[in-house]
Structure formats: C-alpha cells, structure tokens
Design a protein around this ligand. Structure first.
Ligand SMILES: Cc1cc2nc3c(=O)[nH]c(=O)nc-3n(C[C@H](O)[C@H](O)[C@H](O)COP(=O)(O)O)c2cc1C
Length: 344
C-alpha cells in the first residue's frame, strides 16, 4: 500500500472531519478549523485555531541553505532512545479519541495497534494517548504488550492515585517509557465523562517519576517556567508541544518555542518537539533548533486510519527518506551535524 492509496482511504474514512489536504496547515478555511461552540474538536485546533496554524507558520518561516560541495557519505540517521536502537529520530506522537475526533471508522485498539506495529516495523517508536471513553480498556497498553513492549504510553493528568496505578500497568506491559500530557489539564470532555484532569505540582510529578523505573516524559511544555520546573521533577524527557494547537489558542509555534527553551533544557533531559511537522525537512529544522527527537501527529494519524500498520510504516519510510535527503542537501553526514548551519 503506497502513501497515495493510504491517504485516499483516509479521506474516505475521515469524511467530514479531515479533508486530507496536500498540506495540513490549519488555515481558517480548512474543513477541520473554526470555533466549535461546545462540539468536539475533531482534527482541528482549539479556539480560532491560531496555535495550530502557528506551528506550521513557525516552521515555514525558517529557510534552509544547501551545502553540496563536500565528499559524499551516506547520512547516518540511526540513533537510540534510552538504550533502544531506532532507525531515525522521528516518532509517532501520542494520540487518542478515534470516535470523537477521527471519524470513528476503526476502533481505538485498532488505531493503537496500527501505531505500535507500524512504527516497530519501520524501526521507530509509536506513542499512544489516553481518552475518557476507552480508558477502561487500556487500548494503548494492550497494543504495546502485543508489540512486545515496543511503545510508549502517555496518560492524561488524572487523579494521582489512578496515575500511580496505571503507570505500574505500563511497566507490566513492558512499555519503553511512560508520561503525562500536562496540557490535557483543561480537557472538558474528560471532566464531562467523570474522569477529571488536573494541573500537577512539582511534588506530585516527583511522586509519579519516582514511582517507576521507566523513563518519565512530561509532554506539553511551552514556557520557561514549566521547563525549569520540569527539571526539578526528575523526568527524563521534556516534550515541547502545544498538543498540535488543541489545548490553548494563541500560543507560539513550537519552532519558535525551541530557541527559548533549549538553553534551559539541553543536556539535562532528552528534548522532543512536535507540532506542524509534515516532512523530513520540517523534522530537520526542529532537530537543528535543538530537539533530540521529533514527533509527528496528524500525518501518522491519517496513515493509521487509512492504512493501518502498513500505512504507518509507509508514512515513517516517507519521513525518514525525506530527512535523509534534507541532510544530504544541507551538508549533514550525521545527526550531530544538524545544527544552526542548515539555516539560510
Ligand atoms: C486528533 C488528535 C488527538 C490527540 N490526542 C492526544 C492525546 O490523547 N494525548 C496527547 O498527548 N496528545 C494528543 N494529541 C497531540 C499530539 O500528540 C501532538 O502533540 C500533535 O498532534 C502534534 O501536532 P501535529 O498534529 O501538527 O503533528 C492529539 C492530536 C490530535 C490531532
């Protein structure tokens, strides 16, 4: 199944929620955008969709410079995530809510399986999110278990006792890492379904971090204060993310956040970045700004809905080939060569 077929199938299955545009850019005239007035967010951004669009704009504003006169070597894009070898530094971001956001044509478990198995087949790592209506079934943990533990679970910032217990379940499923999307704290659908979510104090986060031997990820950091506080918790990964523009409108694009937060975080924790990455060229930009890994949301989501594990693997292959090409064109032989010199 090639990516064109995968995208055609996704268009069919996501009718009314996503038009599978050639470029998913969050512009106001897009099918998914516009204030939802109490209705589910679908695939779009929150509020006027400014943060969603800002993610893409911040990346597009950065211009690259070619550097081609040099001895040719094949770019080295292999790396490792807490001792686990990966073929390239692009992961599938944590997502959830097939029924409420993605058209509902496959089950949450099928989505999680597509992400975990497709990423594993492509040599990278799938992350899974957490949503109220399927929480009881733990689809992410089941898919991780089925993939031999090859995957990561991100939970919503639920009640502390619930988290302590599900973090243990993630350990038992053999997950590679576990974490929270802190920016899920304002989720109305969670509250309406009797599964409240909260902001978390440094001491509450410390308790969670210390409760597990797994590397702990704090996802949803966009500001200096949170970056500094995250370091106090003992977490191993800070995921710079605004949830694809779905939680707080009128934020900076993540490519604009990186230069502010990398000086605070670099070398102390693993830094991931997501938001608006559509190509390997975008991935190269985020890496050049200081991210250790990047994560891609909506592109993998459409691939999972349209083509299952095969679709996810095809998307991963596309992104990694694109990154390889971007590295050749900008004079980078290894991931450590990707720095500010790539910019015009
Ligand atoms: C439909 C949808 C559902 C999402 N659900 C979750 C979730 O459950 N947990 C989470 O951490 N992030 C969630 N995200 C955010 C993604 O992990 C990621 O931050 C975002 O999609 C990246 O931006 P991009 O889609 O522009 O690549 C979701 C995103 C989308 C589009």
């Amino acid at each position: 199944m090639d990516l064109t077929e995968v995208r055609e199938k996704a268009l069919e299955r996501m009718k009314g929620v996503c038009a599978v545009y050639k470029v998913c850019d969050g512009r106001p005239d897009r099918l998914c955008q516009g204030i939802k007035y109490g209705k589910p967010l679908g695939m779009g951004g929150i509020g006027k969709g400014m943060t969603f669009a800002a993610n893409i704009e911040a990346l597009d504003r950065l211009q690259l410079k070619s550097r081609l006169i040099a001895p040719h070597t094949e770019p080295q894009i292999k790396t490792s995530f807490f001792g686990h070898d990966v073929a390239f530094p692009i992961f599938c971001s944590s997502m959830s809510g097939v029924k409420i956001s993605m058209g509902g044509n496959i089950s949450e478990l099928e989505f999680a399986q597509a992400v975990m198995q497709g990423c594993k087949a492509a040599g990278t790592i799938g992350f899974m999110g957490d949503t109220a209506d399927t929480f009881a079934d733990r689809p992410g943990l089941q898919a991780i278990r089925e993939a031999g533990g090859w995957g990561v679970q991100i939970f919503k910032p639920r009640e502390q006792a619930v988290l302590l217990s599900v973090i243990k379940e993630a350990e038992q499923a053999g997950a590679l890492a576990v974490g929270l999307d802190l920016d899920g704290a304002g989720s109305v659908p969670m509250a309406l379904r009797g599964q409240p979510v909260f902001r978390k104090s440094v001491s509450e986060l410390k308790e969670l971090v210390q409760s597990t031997s797994l590397p702990f990820i704090l996802k949803g950091i966009t500001g200096e204060e949170d970056a500094a506080a995250a370091l106090e918790t003992g977490c191993k990964v800070v995921a710079l993310s605004n949830h694809g523009g779905r939680t707080l409108d009128c934020q900076l694009g993540i490519a604009d956040v990186l230069p502010r937060l990398v000086p605070i975080l670099k070398g102390k924790v693993v830094i991931t970045a997501d938001g608006g990455i559509r190509t390997g060229f975008d991935a190269l930009k985020m890496l050049a700004l200081g991210a250790d890994f990047v994560m891609v949301g909506r592109e993998f989501l459409r691939a999972a809905i349209g083509g299952g594990a095969e679709g996810v693997a095809a998307e991963a292959e596309f992104l990694s080939q694109d990154l390889r090409k971007a590295m050749i064109m900008t004079g980078c032989n290894s991931l450590s060569d990707i720095d500010g010199h790539v910019f015009a």
